[in-house]
Design a protein around this ligand. Structure first.
Ligand SMILES: [Zn+2]
Length: 250
């Protein structure tokens, strides 16, 4: 993993480890060993690579991985099911799972509501469709977020800021798509090439169709997803894939 969590709960990039920890105990321990917490399950992780580690070349990229044994100053949790655990080949997609047994995660709600524009920007980048306008987030964002809440999207124990745009896409139902701007050329081309929707892109690539068109994101495979497909859907079973993005967050 490229992100880690410090003991006070702050999420940082692993490359900022030395600067943020000042090489203090328990982050730094014997023989140059470096530790932090997993940003998802909070179990102890081992920080590897980078120039501080004499055994590695300077070019070695820094990363962190779950540590199997107890380390002084950190908690060892059951990380086998953690989506960031490398050995968890078939289970990392747990990040997309809603847990109806737990109550709404208030921290997650507060984070989303305090970072609406930044999340809208990420959604725009991810999908090629605008989730914000000059005033802030647009109604596509509001509808998607409301659907995410209605579907129980806030009911989860763990989360990470980097996952929010993807979990919002996956945990929401189709939302009405009319009047929104398509911002990515490749997505504009996908729509233009379609026989039915081809002429629905109007001035400034705003999508305005006479049909009932909805926007939805789905997994390519519910058991072992690799991609998230962002689609427009209309009629009984007509659809186009606007963009396909990796489901895995590294
Ligand atoms: Zn973990």
């Amino acid at each position: 993993m490229k992100k880690i969590k410090l003991l006070d709960g702050e999420n940082i990039k692993v490359v900022n480890f030395d600067n943020k920890t000042n090489k203090e105990f328990p982050y730094y321990q014997n023989k140059g060993s470096r530790y932090a917490c997993c940003p998802y399950c909070c179990s102890v992780v081992n920080v590897k690579g980078g120039r501080e580690n004499a055994k590695q070349s300077i070019q070695q990229r820094m990363y962190a991985s779950h540590q199997a044994s107890k380390v002084n100053g950190f908690e060892l949790k059951d990380y086998q099911e953690c989506p960031f655990y490398q050995g968890n080949q078939g289970n990392w997609q747990g990040v997309y799972r809603i847990n109806n047994k737990v109550t709404e995660n208030k921290e997650l709600r507060t984070y989303i509501e305090g970072n609406r524009v930044a999340i809208a920007e990420e959604l725009s980048e991810l999908t090629g469709v605008a989730f914000k306008n000059r005033e802030g987030v647009n109604s596509l964002f509001e509808c998607l977020y409301q659907s995410f809440i209605d579907n129980g999207g806030l009911h989860r124990n763990q989360w990470h800021p980097d996952m929010i745009s993807r979990i919002m896409l996956i945990n929401s139902a189709p939302v009405e798509f009319w009047g929104y701007k398509v911002i990515l050329d490749s997505v504009v081309n996908v729509i233009r090439r379609n026989k039915v929707l081809g002429d629905n892109l109007k001035l400034n690539n705003q999508f305005k169709s006479d049909r009932d068109v909805t926007f939805v994101a789905t997994m390519d495979d519910n058991e072992n997803p690799q991609r998230i497909n962002v689609k427009l859907v209309w009629g009984t079973e007509d659809e186009i894939v606007l963009k396909s993005v990796p489901a895995k967050i590294s």
